[in-house]
Design a protein around this ligand. Sequence first.
Ligand SMILES: CC(C)(COP(=O)(O)OP(=O)(O)OC[C@H]1O[C@@H](n2cnc3c(N)ncnc32)[C@H](O)[C@@H]1OP(=O)(O)O)[C@@H](O)C(=O)NCCC(=O)NCCS
Length: 210
Amino acid sequence: MIDPDLHPGWPAILSWGPVELHPLRRRDAVEWSRVRSANEDWLRPWEPTATVGWQARHTPAAYRAMRRMMARRARLGTSLPFAVRHEGRLVGQVTVDNVVRGALRAGYLGYWIDRSVAGRGIASLAVALVCDHAFGPVGLHRLQADIRPENLPSQRLVERLGFQQEGLLRRYLDIDGAWRDHLAYALLADDLPRGVLDRWQATAPGRPVD
Ligand SMILES: CC(C)(COP(=O)(O)OP(=O)(O)OC[C@H]1O[C@@H](n2cnc3c(N)ncnc32)[C@H](O)[C@@H]1OP(=O)(O)O)[C@@H](O)C(=O)NCCC(=O)NCCS
């Protein structure tokens, strides 16, 4: 049972056109395992360092353990773990994690998309939907995205949605085998009075997610 006082705005289903986001589901284990296993080279440079190999971390059993952990965090109000579907197919995740309330009311964004559908605006649309939800029903004031300087598509994604770069975090996260510098990007609830989806649409005229 989710306590709405602890975590307003959760659980939720968000959608626009062929893209739907929903809380991670138990029955997604095999589909998640397949898509993550197929994307090792694409995703590994941006993922936390691990002692266990990629394939072992992406079995259906590994998904179920990860989902249970994320569902617990969601119940406690510290995480918003969404799966991303395009035309019904699981193609990625967007998570707001480490949510802190009180005077800060902030969370950290993480996201990935299946390489076979990258470059079509699906990831930026999914992140825009989550941002509007986090600033709306969830009640956050600040979303931060920390991105390696080498990750140009991810920087482009958040810049297009109106995030501002606030500085360089030196050797900030242990990613892909070493402590890596990250650029701190943030978006505040009042930065875009018309919302993030509106910004996404305004910056993609004639380029529907199809
Ligand atoms: C980051 C990621 C989610 C972006 O996905 P995507 O499908 O390319 O996202 P979108 O199509 O919505 O937008 C990406 C933007 O980057 C641009 N882009 C793509 N490759 C680029 C490159 N090499 N250099 C600069 N810009 C690039 C695209 O043109 C697009 O810009 P536009 O909207 O102005 O056309 C995807 O690359 C990914 O999953 N990467 C691996 C995991 C990862 O990096 N996660 C984020 C960690 S911070």
